[in-house]
Design a protein around this ligand. Sequence first.
Ligand code: 1GP
Length: 249
Amino acid sequence: MKSFKIDRWINELREKGGGLFLLLDPDKGSPEELADRAFAGVGCGVEAILVGGSLLLGDGFEQTVREIKKRVDKPVLIFPGSNFQLAPEADGLLFLSLISGRNPRWLIEEHVHAAPRIIAMGLQCLPTAYLLIESGNATSVAFVSGTMPIPRNKPDIVAAHTMAAELLGMKAIYLEAGSGAKLPVPAEIVAEVSRKTNLPLIVGGGIRDVETARTLIDSGADFLVIGSAFEDSGDTELLSEIAKIFARE
Ligand code: 1GP
């Protein structure tokens, strides 16, 4: 994928109707097992593999990205939980700034530590506004980042954040309920953000069934991210069914 350009790729995919991304946590299996899972995901129609997690306990991150790259022909993108999650073989990186929070570490500090290595590795970045939405349970990302998610019943507050992100020049929005969230991002929030901003809109956290996926897509999500549901069950049918929703003829 030498000619791969991450911002062009996501905008072209969005114009074609969006797509499903599969998130793999590098701590949840050996590099080979995760590569198998990525391969299965691509077989179900996922458009990209995201690799990352809030906490990285093992030391196999680079190896995991390398193994996945050997097995799939879709972009392998880093979804970094910290500046330690970098790998030169990745096709790109969601350069996340946790703008729903007020913790400088996740707004800019991790980025400062990562930037020289990102440039040295030649990794392409998609500057992404990352927002945590309250999801009915405590999630790793809220705990680890030490930030308070935005209340579920405040679409206007979420939209104001995403409007600011667009004015700041960010290139994508990720609305996050948190991995294993009890409740996914509310459809009303997705709809409000979709109305008020014009950036590729990624939604993830707590998506476990086709109906939820359909509602989020109908509300304006361009991309959905599934992690736990596939990690827990290996249910390829679920991934295929959700991937098919995007194939609007
Ligand atoms: C987490 O949005 C992703 O960052 C995916 O969440 O694991 O709940 O699918 P799940």
